[in-house]
Design a protein. Structure first.
Length: 424
């Protein structure tokens, strides 16, 4: 249980590296034929699971003396990584992104692999990805389409694969990265405009930096990956808007905060949080590589979260401090997250004395005051971090049980919280 007390945050913090970019860059390094230098890395649980998988698949990860944030991925023989007669065990903890991306990579690298994770991860849907890869010549076995998965080194044939685009853009990203090693071009066609298409654009951005040839429509409904030998590069990671959003929200509620290491131009979907702050009447200044926000009288807003579902708990908190009503829609995929985030977001608000409701399609929040209280994170980092951010303006302290799950995405949050004047 971590206890957060109200305070007026002031100061500057540096946004950690984007784990979305980090996991994709690490995955591409595994199937690159050359060494890769990854720069400006910050560890979090999800990215570290990707690094552990890279090591198990035969990569050396070596720090670079000039900066603790830089490391080089080099290759030894796959034979050294594969125990004789036994599968290579890849454990991804609670990281669905790494699990799904490395499911594809496991098809195109030597050795039989057994992929598994936490009980929470094992409940998340994988069936559509398994079917899509198997249609490309992969051989993946599972029980009822759920982890653990056994993946055989079958390679991919290429050709056209259909995806619904409704559940997760990570399926597409997995096919894209593995598809660079296919025997012929891989065409991915979605039956609708894919949800969270921004993450598909991030995958294309990383692959193109590695020399891959990717074609995609502006809405990412159709993506074509041409077989490519990925090249040696230096890849600099961007700062993470997803993590920065919690700090920026704190400043919008109370105080004044500057967050650096945020690129003005980015493919990151959660950079849209800045537009949401504007819609909520927050005061902010956007620089070349930073964002400054300070408290103002927030106003209720309406937001469709189809492209940005991870922002839901934090936007609910922002709405709790806004005058009038806030309405959040586009919530269908929240049930596929670490928790059913519609349920846990509503519980978060009610635990803090906030008036809210859900009618099956929208969360409605009546802004006013946040009383404080005890919040159960249920092991969901987004719930834990949103509750912590809510504490800056609450009437009383906020206690969060299971707060340790924040290391999944933002291990430095408590250090940054203290740097801005907070006490625990």
């Amino acid at each position: 249980m971590v206890k957060f007390h109200p305070f007026r945050p002031r100061g500057t913090v540096r946004a950690p590296a984007s784990k979305s970019y980090a996991q994709r860059a690490i995955a591409c390094s595994v199937i690159s034929n050359h060494d890769v230098l990854i720069e400006e890395y910050d560890a979090c649980d999800d990215s570290e699971y990707a690094l552990k998988a890279a090591r198990k698949l035969g990569c050396n990860i070596e720090g670079v003396e000039t900066s603790s944030r830089n490391f080089r991925v080099s290759h030894r023989s796959y034979a050294e990584a594969s125990p004789r007669g036994r599968p290579i065990i890849l454990n991804f903890g609670g990281s669905a992104t790494s699990f799904r991306i490395f499911t594809g990579i496991s098809c195109v690298t030597p050795g039989v692999k057994l992929l598994r994770g936490t009980a929470q991860l094992m409940r998340r849907p994988m069936q559509e990805l398994i079917q899509a890869l198997n249609s490309q010549g992969a051989r993946i076995t599972s029980k009822d389409g759920s982890p653990p998965l056994t993946v055989y080194p079958s390679g991919l044939t290429g050709g056209t694969t259909m995806l619904s685009g409704r559940v997760s853009s990570q399926y597409t990203s997995s096919l894209m990265i593995a598809g660079t090693q296919a025997s012929s071009p891989v065409e991915i066609v979605h039956s609708r405009v894919p949800a969270s298409a921004g993450y598909i654009r991030i995958t294309a951005h990383v692959l193109e930096a590695f020399g891959a040839k990717i074609e995609h429509e502006s809405d990412c409904r159709r993506v074509v990956v041409n077989p490519t030998s990925l090249s040696a590069i230096r890849f600099k990671l961007e700062g993470d808007y997803s993590s920065a959003s919690y700090i920026l929200a704190m400043g919008a509620i109370r105080g004044e905060i500057k967050v650096t290491n945020l690129p003005r131009v980015t493919y990151q979907p959660d950079a849209h949080f800045l537009e949401i702050l504007k819609a909520a009447n927050a005061s902010l200044k956007i620089g070349t590589n930073s964002v400054t926000v300070w408290e103002s009288e927030l106003e209720g807003f309406e937001e469709d979260l189809e492209e940005n579902p991870d922002l839901c708990p934090l936007l609910a908190v922002l709405g709790a401090y806004a005058k009038g009503q806030t309405v959040l829609t586009g919530l269908d995929r929240l049930k596929y997250k670490e928790t059913d985030r519609v349920v846990t977001t509503l519980e978060l608000l009610k635990s803090l004395g906030v008036s809210c409701s859900y009618d099956g399609s929208a969360i409605r929040i009546t802004g006013g005051s946040v009383l404080g209280g005890i919040v159960n994170s249920y092991g969901d980092h987004r719930i834990a971090l949103a509750a912590a951010a809510a504490s800056v303006g609450s009437c009383g302290r906020i206690e969060v049980s299971g707060f340790g799950c924040h290391t999944k995405s933002y291990p430095d949050f408590l250090r940054h919280y203290r740097a801005l004047g907070g006490s625990l």
